[in-house]
Design a binder for this molecule. Structure first.
Ligand SMILES: Cc1cc2nc3c(=O)[nH]c(=O)nc-3n(C[C@H](O)[C@H](O)[C@H](O)COP(=O)(O)OP(=O)(O)OC[C@H]3O[C@@H](n4cnc5c(N)ncnc54)[C@H](O)[C@@H]3O)c2cc1C
Length: 351
């Protein structure tokens, strides 16, 4: 068979995971074809917040320091390459509910793994429209990624180089050879599936125990509200553009219906009104399914029988933070023969 295109890697999926992988390969001088149906996956819904701490329990995120280091060099490099900016560093203010929380915060902020991120000073900041009688704790090294901006810029880049196939992947056209794969008239050394929740229909990886967690977010318009921080109470309130703000998110493990619900809207607005005292209007309401795993670690690595088929999935609720680091880890394992981090190596599912 004569191939029209011969590349280093085919990547299936154009969410945060697929786009990040693509850049990991391109920035290292490798050639890529991306295949995606461009349906709105979970990444099109995400507020894009990155945060190295878990603000419910005041604990740190797994490998947060390593992940932040890669995040802080990776996204700016992509921004420079495409000439579009999408990373927005901005601190989070954790709104305290009572004195007990403040006490816990002060204790935790001295812990080795948290002291870089949780400021020990309690923040007493007057903001018109925000009620916070118990004040705030400041979280550092946080921000948000404009996920749509990142994905659009990535797709445009690929399109302009004829490296994007817009279609639903046809598994009947895929074949595995000893040292490469073939898909239609494309030959590649490897194929990586970054399909998000749709992985459950992938014949090679559908047996992995991918869970799902449906989330809903609102976009609201609040004339007169000026925020220089993301506010985290029982929901997030994040400044977006002009007088638009994101409010999120909900978590549901048992409702995978493809619609936004009144129950979620009611949950989000009732929590919001506990601290937002200005009038607002809901202008958008979105939903998506986070690809989650039981042990909260991604699935990264090759298929147990087909060594040139890879999976890159399970980014959970922290895709923006974990994905660049995980993509780098996968790349290094393929080209420099390093180990994939044991906790996220998909081979744990085959044991
Ligand atoms: C409400 C909500 C809020 C969230 N907020 C945040 C947040 O603030 N910060 C954060 O880091 N994370 C957040 N997340 C989580 C984050 O969105 C996900 O972890 C992430 O989007 C997963 O990305 P992905 O690329 O793996 O999957 P997806 O975004 O689902 O992308 C997969 C893409 O591949 C396509 N595709 C799949 N299979 C095929 C196939 N066979 N053929 C062709 N195309 C295919 C899909 O149609 C889709 O376009 C949030 C999620 C939700 C639902």
């Amino acid at each position: 068979m004569s191939f029209k295109k011969s590349v280093d890697v085919v990547i299936v999926g154009s969410g945060i995971a697929g786009c990040t992988l693509t850049w990991q390969w391109i920035l290292k001088g490798k050639s890529v074809v991306m295949i995606s149906d461009i349906d709105k996956g979970s990444s099109a819904v995400a507020a894009g917040v990155y945060n190295p701490t878990i603000l419910k329990r005041f604990t740190s995120v797994w490998k947060s320091r390593e992940q932040l280091e890669v995040l802080n060099s990776f996204y700016p490099l992509v921004e420079q390459t495409v000439g579009v900016s999408f990373l927005h560093p901005i601190n989070i203010l954790r709104r305290f509910h009572d004195d007990k929380e403040i006490k816990t915060w002060l204790k935790k902020s001295h812990k080795e793994d948290l002291k870089d991120f949780m400021s020990p000073d309690i923040v007493d900041l007057e903001m018109v429209g925000i009620d916070a009688p118990s004040n705030f704790g400041l979280v550092k090294e946080t921000g948000w990624l404009d996920t749509l901006g990142f994905m659009n810029a990535s797709l445009n880049y690929l399109k302009s180089r004829s490296s994007l196939l817009t279609e639903s992947f046809d598994f009947d056209q895929l074949s595995h050879q000893e040292d490469h794969i073939c898909y239609k008239d494309i030959r590649a050394d490897k194929i990586i599936f970054a399909e998000g929740f749709k992985m459950r229909s992938n014949p090679y990886f559908s047996d992995l125990p991918l869970q799902g967690n449906k989330g809903e977010v609102l976009t609201i318009k609040v004339p007169g509200l000026k925020l220089d921080h993301i506010i985290k109470s029982s929901v997030f309130l994040m400044p977006y553009i002009d007088d638009l703000f994101w409010v999120g998110a909900t978590y549901s493990r048992d409702d995978f219906t493809d619609n936004s619900t009144e129950v979620a809207k009611e949950f989000l607005t009732s929590r919001l009104e506990r601290f937002l005292s200005l009038p607002y209007e809901v202008v958008d309401h979105k939903h998506g399914i986070r690809p989650t795993t039981l042990d909260r670690r991604p699935f990264i690595g090759s298929h147990k029988d087909y060594n040139n088929y890879y999976v890159f999935n399970g980014m959970g609720s922290r895709a923006v933070l974990i994905t660049p680091w995980a993509a780098q880890n996968l790349f290094d394992s393929i080209y420099y023969d390093t180990d994939i981090n044991e906790e996220m190596n998909v081979n744990r599912c085959y044991k």
